[in-house]
Ligand binder design. Structure first.
Ligand SMILES: *[C@@H]1O[C@H](CO)[C@@H](O)[C@H](O)[C@H]1NC(C)=O
Ligand SMILES: *[C@@H]1O[C@H](CO)[C@@H](O)[C@H](O)[C@H]1NC(C)=O
Ligand SMILES: *[C@@H]1O[C@H](CO)[C@@H](O)[C@H](O)[C@H]1NC(C)=O
Ligand SMILES: *[C@@H]1O[C@H](CO)[C@@H](O)[C@H](O)[C@H]1NC(C)=O
Ligand SMILES: *[C@@H]1O[C@H](CO)[C@@H](O)[C@H](O)[C@H]1NC(C)=O
Length: 409
């Protein structure tokens, strides 16, 4: 019995020693990790970003973690993960320049690192890669480029029913399975505030909310859905899907009420029957389907104010977005092609100013004066009447971001 005990004690001691050894090895490897990256702990975040940025720059996500396996493993042991903001866009046709200007506006003002998910027609991929790789010196973003695609299950059937480009956004929760939350924007969006600001609304969702959008109209007398729609829609005037914040984890988990069956359906199961039922009655494509879904599940939608999705509709019939007048315009949405024609010169001027500017601090500062002159010329137009609100917002965003010492940024 005694001998038996002694053996047990010996074994325990051996186990303890090998544990000690393992820990000491771990400590050594951590120190090496820090030393290799330039020593200072603050430097770790920057070089981790640079590593990720370069890796994923090759596109389609696959190159990301594999490019520096040792590196990212070590850092993930050592660092608090930086929360990444995921931004998705779908670019088809002639939308390259517009999409890049949108991405640029996101980069100019944002604080947290951004992860772009760009769904684009194949012929645009090379141009996206060339430009985005030339921005990689910023080290504050990362991107994955995807073809326009359907979820692998039932892809053939999806293709028969859905126009791929127009409906891509509906499938994002099913395609980006690993992503928890996502901000989807149309290509004709310009950020005038950091993306971080809209991202922070995710934390304001109550337990039943899964997505957030702005109303389609502030003024029911000129609303589209309430006057013309031949299908159900959310709320008084419907919602606009040009800026859509999603907690996709919740979207994937939820069972949705609907008017097709008595049982509730998952996101992946609701889209096809919905389209089959309503395809003859919908005008604005997938936005209409979203309106139908949230009509039946109103408790799941967080409605944010119009300043997060500011469109010509908010100024051409007189200014009807009160929050924007009081607090500023946070996200501009140049729908109806107003960045590219002469109908709303105020929208076009802002687009061109951001398109033309480069990423140097000085250059971003010096965007304001000529833009103000340009906007003053538009004061005879409806949206030009509120040009001071545009300038005030841009001045504030630039000051917030660039007039602080570099260390605090
Ligand atoms: C870049 O993307 C890869 C995956 O594609 C990820 O592992 C890495 O953390 C990302 N870096 C940043 C800065 O988002
Ligand atoms: C489509 O519109 C027609 C005409 O307004 C209407 O009678 C019909 O009920 C609508 N279909 C559905 C599925 O709502
Ligand atoms: C999304 O919802 C899931 C499940 O409720 C939650 O765990 C996660 O933190 C949410 N994401 C964000 C960014 O709030
Ligand atoms: C969350 O907010 C929505 C919209 O205000 C509301 O309809 C819903 O009942 C709320 N959910 C809970 C659990 O309070
Ligand atoms: C942007 O550049 C174009 C030429 O590339 C020029 O015509 C236009 O006036 C510029 N706009 C602004 C607002 O800087």
């Amino acid at each position: 019995m005694r001998r038996y005990l002694r053996v047990v004690v010996l074994c325990l001691a051996c186990g303890f020693c090998s544990l000690l050894y393992a820990f000491s090895q771990l400590a050594v490897s951590l120190e090496e990790g820090a030393g290799g990256s330039g020593g200072k702990p603050q430097a770790a975040a920057a070089s981790w970003l640079a590593g990720g940025g370069r890796g994923a720059g090759r596109g389609a996500g696959s190159a990301g973690p594999a490019a520096h396996p040792g590196r990212s493993d070590r850092y993930s042991l050592k660092m608090q993960p930086v929360e990444r903001v995921h931004l998705a866009v779908v670019a088809c046709g002639e939308r390259l320049e517009e999409t890049l200007t949108m991405l640029k506006s996101a980069l100019i003002f944002s604080i947290k690192p951004l992860q772009f998910h760009i769904f684009a027609e194949d012929q645009l991929h090379d141009s996206f890669k060339a430009i985005l790789n030339s921005w990689s010196f910023l080290q504050t973003f990362n991107y994955s480029l995807y073809p326009i695609t359907f979820p692998s299950e039932n892809a053939a059937e999806w293709k028969k029913l859905f126009k791929p480009c127009a409906s891509q956004r509906l499938f994002l929760p099913l395609i980006l399975k690993e992503v928890d939350s996502l901000l989807y924007v149309d290509t004709d969006i310009l950020f005038l505030r950091p993306v971080d600001d809209i991202w922070s609304l995710l934390k304001k969702f109550n337990s039943t909310q899964i997505a957030a959008m702005a109303p389609e109209h502030e003024e029911p007398r000129i609303g589209w859905y309430n006057r013309f729609a031949r299908h159900p829609y959310y709320g008084k005037t419907g919602v606009n899907s040009g800026v859509m914040l999603m907690n996709m984890t919740r979207m994937r988990r939820k069972y949705f009420k609907n008017d097709m069956t008595t049982v509730r359906l998952r996101w992946g199961d609701i889209l096809m029957p919905l389209l089959k039922k309503y395809k003859l009655n919908i005008t604005w494509g997938d936005q209409d389907l979203l309106n139908i879904i949230f009509f039946h599940n109103p408790e799941s939608l967080f409605v944010f104010p119009c300043q997060w999705n500011y469109r010509p509709d908010h100024c051409i019939y007189g200014s009807n977005c009160q929050e924007a007048e009081e607090e500023g315009i946070f996200i501009l949405h140049g729908n109806r092609g107003v960045y590219h024609d002469d109908k709303q010169p105020a929208f076009r001027a802002i687009y061109e100013a951001l398109r033309n500017c480069s990423f140097e601090d000085d250059n971003i500062h010096s965007l304001l004066k000529p833009l103000e002159l340009e906007l003053q010329k538009t004061v005879h137009t409806y949206c030009g009447k509120i040009y001071k609100i545009f300038i005030k917002q841009l001045t504030k965003s630039i000051q917030d971001r660039y007039d602080r010492p570099p260390k605090e940024r």
